[in-house]
Design a protein around this ligand. Structure first.
Ligand code: CA
Ligand code: CA
Length: 337
């Protein structure tokens, strides 16, 4: 996958984009028939069709997120892996459209099965937000040292007062190629390399473990085992919670999954269904009251690929991060094409 453009986009009308996508596909198909005499042109049109197919996949995913929000029956709403947005091959696997098909899905090694590909949308709330984690939880991340924790916190906080082992503008301005401390949250994980002590390896190590989106609440219904561990729970407890969540069949995305519908339900349900130490209960209680553990997701990553089959198969992938505030408000906050 390669990045061609990266841009911030505002609110989009799903219906309008769907119409545009379908019209363009129809137009491209028609146009292709006209210009097939030139082989090179044909290839170019096939690439454009694949791009629009990928966009159609994003629109399909956004529509499913919107439908999910409008059928929320509880307040506050909850999101879980047994809902249609999280796994729905009928809507996301090899969906025929125009001269090809689109697929919406992501790789997950924790999920057994064909290619470990999950046909669904990935919620960013299954990971902790690096921008919101306090020092003691940052220290649990791989490769972290007290110096790096302090430097990261100084990079994010708005003041110019360095922590004990931290660094603010005074340090960065003293470098050969000087720059100022950002004093704001990270927009891209690559920015880590600007912070004292961080290297490319940190970016690679942290990318699968943390997000930069959301208010910092990890959704207990979708959280990975590693996320729960990073929040302060022992690995065994994290594994027990995931096993409980998977339900009697032992796998996620199915009807028998156990769902936490409300934050107040988390502790009583865990006490009732699994053996959980007093110590872990205190940790969970603290996480819920500090807003680090909840039952709801608001940021979603849609990974859509448009495919034009043939002797020379063409694949184009789009990654869109979508913020869902409520049923009427779905916003594309990042678009990588
Ligand atoms: Ca600062
Ligand atoms: Ca299950």
């Amino acid at each position: 996958m390669h990045k061609i453009t990266q841009q911030e986009k505002g609110s989009l009308s799903i219906t309008a984009l769907w119409m545009l996508a379908l019209l363009t596909l129809a137009g491209v198909t028609l146009a292709e028939k006209v210009v097939t005499t030139v082989r090179q042109d044909s290839y170019r049109w096939r690439v454009i069709q694949a791009q629009w197919l990928a966009r159609a996949g994003v629109m399909q995913a956004m529509q499913i997120l919107q439908i999910d929000a409008s059928t929320q029956d509880s307040l506050p709403p909850y999101d879980a892996l047994n809902e249609p947005w999280a796994f729905q091959p009928a809507a996301f696997q090899k969906v025929p459209c125009g001269n090809g098909y689109f697929e919406v899905g992501y790789l997950d090694n924790a999920v057994p099965g064909d290619r470990n590909l999950v046909y669904g949308i990935y919620d960013e709330n299954r990971k902790p937000n690096l921008n919101k984690l306090p020092g003691d939880l940052l220290a649990r991340l791989p490769g972290m040292t007290p110096d790096k924790v302090d430097a990261l916190l100084d990079w994010i906080d708005s003041d110019e007062l360095p922590r004990k082992a931290g660094a603010e503008s005074e340090y960065y301005q003293s470098l050969k190629q000087p720059y100022s401390c950002k004093n704001d949250v990270l927009t891209y994980l690559d920015e880590l390399r600007l912070i004292r002590g961080f290297q490319e390896l940190d970016v690679q190590r942290l990318a699968p473990l943390v997000t930069l989106f959301g208010d910092g609440t990890v959704n207990i219904n979708t959280a990975t085992k590693t996320s729960l561990h990073l929040l302060g729970l022992p690995k065994e407890t994290a594994a027990k919670i995931i096993a409980l969540r998977n339900g009697p069949d032992g796998i996620p995305f199915t009807d028998d999954d156990i769902v936490f519908r409300n934050p107040t339900q988390i502790l009583p349900m865990l006490q009732k269904r699994i053996t959980i130490s007093q110590e872990d209960q205190i940790v969970i209680k603290g996480l819920i009251s500090a807003g680090f553990l909840g039952v709801h997701s608001s940021y979603f990553r849609i990974e859509s690929t448009g495919v034009i089959p043939g002797k020379e198969m063409i694949r184009k992938t789009i990654i869109a991060i979508v913020y869902r505030k409520n049923r009427n408000e779905l916003k594309v906050v990042r678009w990588i094409e």
